[in-house]
Design a protein around this ligand. Structure first.
Ligand SMILES: [Zn+2]
Length: 305
């Protein structure tokens, strides 16, 4: 297996790099691994996906999403289902987004999918713009009256004067080969005092760092991800962007989900035992993971001075 020459984030030399796992979910070529940099604490895929690999991967992923649709309106029906399925996710995010919302601000979401985060924000008087590469989703979002672009580049070319008060993205950054450039571009699109807020997986997820479940290890490290961040490596990344920054911790999955992973070695347990355990147990489990830092989600916040 080839070894990385240096850390792709902090450029620490090879002696600081070590293999974490050769199990890369979705890597049919069996030629990749995830490495850890002992200096900045980031985890990264090496060798990296080529742009061609990436294009092939996302085309296949989208096709998978479309499987099961029926009839010509199937895509839109799926987008409607996506809205409903993500309502609890939207509410979870609104808890930490709320303090960053003023009156009638300009919001950009990168990777807005069906637009489920944006419609209630638009309803509350904010001006919303989306970036979404997938055709079905972007048509769906446009039909709801939201300006949408295929990429940040397209937005910058078509509306070069665009400025925003809030730029957000959820589970996008870990897919991006050049996260420093990605975030710096967004900083340029902010008005002074504006914020970038984004969610990524936390590598300290207890399914990964505490319970040592072999099936989870084979599932977790995905070929679609260039990076996995810890709080330490996320803070290192944020320090490169320019702006004030901090990290918020969150926990998406519940005790039921973790129990099903431990028992059956598979996902899908969310809420399974909640009626027996009670909401109080689920909530206190989540809160104690957040307190200890062994939680599954990190939220990066950057404020432009
Ligand atoms: Zn490093």
């Amino acid at each position: 297996m080839p070894l990385p020459f240096e850390c792709p984030l902090c450029l620490a030399t090879q002696q600081f790099q070590s293999v974490v796992t050769g199990h890369v979910y979705g890597d049919n070529s069996n030629s990749r691994a995830f490495f850890h940099c002992n200096k900045c604490d980031v985890y990264y895929q090496f060798p990296r996906l080529t742009l061609e690999d990436e294009a092939r991967f996302y085309a296949a992923e989208f096709e998978e999403f479309m499987v099961g649709r029926s009839g010509a309106s199937g895509g839109w029906q799926r987008a409607d289902e996506h809205l409903v399925a993500n309502e609890s996710t939207r509410k979870r995010r609104m808890k930490y987004l709320a303090p960053f919302l003023g009156n009638n601000i300009d919001i950009l979401e990168i990777g807005c999918s069906s637009g489920f985060m944006l419609y209630p924000l638009m309803g509350a008087g904010h001006h919303c713009t989306g970036v979404e590469p997938s055709g079905i989703f972007s048509e769906f979002v446009r039909s709801h009256g939201i300006c949408i672009y295929q990429s940040l580049e397209e937005l910058q070319t078509k509306v070069p004067q665009s400025k925003f008060d809030l730029i957000m993205h959820f589970f996008v950054l870990e897919h991006i080969a050049t996260p420093v450039a990605f975030l710096r571009t967004q900083l340029e699109l902010l008005r002074p005092g504006g914020c970038i807020i984004f969610e990524i997986p936390n590598v300290a997820d207890p399914l990964n760092s505490v319970y040592d479940i072999p099936a989870f290890e084979r599932f977790y490290w995905s070929v679609a991800h260039s990076w996995y961040f810890s709080e330490q490596s996320l803070l290192f990344l944020l320090a490169q962007i320019g702006g004030e920054y901090h990290v918020i911790r969150d926990q998406r999955y519940d005790l039921s989900n973790h129990m099903i992973w431990a028992r059956d070695g598979r996902p899908g347990g969310l809420g399974r035992f909640t009626s027996k355990l009670g909401n109080e147990v689920e909530e206190s489990y989540k809160q104690s993971l957040i307190r200890s830092g062994l939680c599954d989600t990190l939220i990066g916040v950057i404020r432009k001075k």
